[in-house]
Design a protein around this ligand. Structure first.
Ligand SMILES: [Zn+2]
Length: 427
């Protein structure tokens, strides 16, 4: 028996006027998704009530780890995915490169949480030049901050700090305040706290962000980007503060062991901390033009080489929704159907061993707000045995669409951490 998990990040959405009131999943023809829904489908609450809606909490849940227990913040999971181990008494951050564009009224508007999707040598050069700036370096030193630079818009900060009440420090998620003036969203104390170190952390990070803008706004790379009508990557944005966390082994929890294929450090980190393998696939970039075929092949190879569980995570639908690009979100979902789910179903059917495949969106990402939602997501499970029996008996499976609307009447699995047990038939 083989078990497969396919996560289409942020595929679920809300009714959109541009689609005559349909959601993207409803509006598209997605035959492979519907084959899954024909076997078994439902809705699941992956983000527990009262917790921040995001892939961090949602994917922890999906892999069976209650965010209420294991979520200390996003960045420590990502840091783990980048091989950054937190020393004792330190706090990690996600450090985005984002795009700030001043308005005519002099407001500082955040136009992109990823610096217009800055990547490659442009990203590393900007970050390295920033860290080389003497004033920025002095502020980093004073804050006790170190930054691990990557070739994407996502970098990792680790700060030595005595702060205990880090939840009182408001570091806003940049993707949640797009197109807004950043003034109210710069680091500040969210509530009263006696923790002086936490207050210092907020002040220090604010100073670092403002200095980064001074250093980067006229950087030649950004001047060239602006000249090409691209967004500049001109401010660092630390967020998602977290302390160290350890996850119990996935294999010990569920009795299954395997591989997780993704392009994003967050998923590598969760899987790695859970003791699952996280191979990196060339050309897998978390974007619309990711290497879908390479990722699917990696998953199929893992299953062929003895793993009984393998997961693939596709980031693009979420990123396209954050970008507010309906056409590209539709395209991304279509690729998850035609270039991920379809070839996996076809190949595993050909191999002949029984398998179950769980398909879901980790959380909804609304095109209307360009941000995540914590509501329930549709999920479906393809079961080759159910399909085989239906064929043998000549009884076609029910025709069901994989969509929010079709599953609106299905009961909600209130605890998303049960999803793995549902996949493994342990409940
Ligand atoms: Zn997202």
């Amino acid at each position: 028996m083989k078990y497969v998990l396919v996560i289409g990040d942020g595929m679920a959405d809300t009714n959109l006027p541009q689609l005559a009131g349909k959601t993207p999943l409803e509006a598209l023809a997605l035959p492979a998704f519907d084959r899954c829904a024909g076997c078994y489908c439902g809705r699941a609450l992956t983000v527990p009530h009262g917790m921040p809606a995001g892939s961090d909490t949602a994917i922890l849940s999906i892999f069976g780890y209650a965010p209420q227990t294991y979520y200390t913040g996003r960045s420590v999971l990502e840091a783990a995915g980048m091989g950054v181990v937190l020393p004792d008494g330190s706090i990690s951050f996600r450090v985005n490169l984002c795009a700030i564009v001043p308005s005519e009224e002099g407001e500082m508007i955040i136009r992109s949480h990823n610096g217009g999707n800055i990547h490659g040598v442009e990203a590393t050069t900007l970050m390295n030049d920033l860290i080389a700036d003497s004033e920025f370096a002095r502020l980093m030193n004073e804050a006790g901050l170190e930054i691990t630079v990557t070739d994407t818009f996502r970098h990792v900060g680790v700060m030595k700090s005595e702060a205990k009440d880090i939840g009182a420090v408001r570091l806003t998620e940049p993707h949640n305040v797009l197109d807004q003036d950043i003034t109210a969203h710069l680091p500040h104390m969210e509530r009263k706290s006696d923790d002086k170190a936490a207050r210092k952390m907020a002040t220090d990070i604010r100073a670092l962000m403002l200095r980064s803008y001074e250093v980067l706004k006229d950087h030649p790379i950004n001047q060239a980007r602006i000249a090409q009508s691209k967004l500049p990557a001109n401010m660092i944005w630390p967020w998602g503060q977290a302390t160290a966390v350890a996850l119990p082994s996935f294999e010990e929890k569920f009795g299954h062991y395997g591989t997780v294929v993704s392009a994003v450090p967050l998923v590598w980190g969760i899987a790695g901390l859970a003791g699952l393998k996280t191979p990196h696939v060339q050309g897998a970039n978390g974007d619309l033009d990711t290497n879908y075929e390479g990722k699917v092949q990696c998953l199929l190879d893992a299953l062929a080489s003895g793993d009984d569980f393998a997961a693939v995570h596709i980031e693009a639908p979420d990123e396209m929704a954050h970008a507010g690009d309906l056409a590209k979100k539709l395209e991304a979902i279509q690729y998850v159907e035609s270039r991920v789910v379809t070839p996996i179903l076809d190949e595993l059917t050909k191999r002949g061993e029984a398998f179950r495949l769980l398909l879901l969106s980790d959380h909804p990402t609304f095109l209307t707000t360009r941000t995540h939602d914590g509501g329930p997501v549709p999920y479906a499970i393809y079961d080759s045995r159910v399909v085989y029996t239906a064929l043998q008996e000549g009884k076609p499976l029910p025709k069901r669409e994989f969509s929010e609307y079709e599953m609106a009447c299905e009961p909600v699995l209130m605890d998303g951490t049960d999803l793995m047990r549902v996949l493994f038939e342990q409940i």
